[in-house]
Design a protein around this ligand. Structure first.
Ligand code: PNS
Length: 177
């Protein structure tokens, strides 16, 4: 890029699984930053639905052929990972006011730990403002459809995990009266 320094942003999270809301934030990040690394936290205390390997694979599939998006995993402090990766920005999505308090606390703690790294918040499209990985899992486990909420690779793997052969419709079609 003409010898200009490229800005690398890290988009950290659990991504268990990645949703269309996360993809929306990645797309928005690409309009502002040169490179985005999706960094999956390896949290040994949590029992995830998708293994770290599965989560990496899903996101890699989604961004195959896009050299501006990388997928990685990390343990320990996020700011240490970001610094080592050469990132200057941490991107976090803000869906609603309810996200704000925790995100604000995390951003300030990260700044306290490393003031060279700036946290940038991005708002996803309104249609994703109610979406979360936790709800996707719950809805699917209880028999609901999530096809419009997650990438195809996630929906397929959910069906495989729960032995469901065909994706249900999100809402049943209304009968004409
Ligand atoms: O998708 P999530 O679960 O909301 O992501 C949370 C995440 C991974 C961004 C956060 O837990 C994190 O950064 N963990 C790494 C440990 C760390 O750096 N803690 C101090 C920051 S407050």
């Amino acid at each position: 890029m003409n010898g200009k320094r490229r800005t690398l942003a890290v988009f950290p999270g659990s991504f268990d699984p990645i949703t269309n809301g996360h993809l929306d934030i990645i797309e928005r990040s690409l309009t502002v930053f040169d490179l985005v690394t999706v960094a999956i936290l390896v949290n040994l205390e949590k029992q995830p639905l998708f293994t770290v390997e599965e989560r990496v694979e899903i996101i890699r599939e989604e961004y195959q052929g896009n050299p501006r998006v990388k997928v990685d995993t990390f343990t320990g402090l996020l700011v240490d990972y970001a610094e080592k990766a050469g990132a200057t920005v941490i991107v976090r999505g803000l869906r609603a006011i309810s996200d704000f308090e925790f995100e604000f606390q995390m951003a300030l703690m990260n700044r306290h730990l490393n003031s060279r790294i700036e946290t940038v918040f991005m708002m996803p499209a309104e249609r994703y403002s109610y979406l979360s990985s936790r709800l996707v899992k719950e809805v699917f486990q209880l028999g609901g459809g999530v096809r419009e909420l997650v990438p195809a690779g996630v929906e397929r793997r959910l069906r495989e995990k729960y032995g469901r052969s065909r994706a249900p419709q999100t809402a049943p079609r209304r009968r004409a009266r």
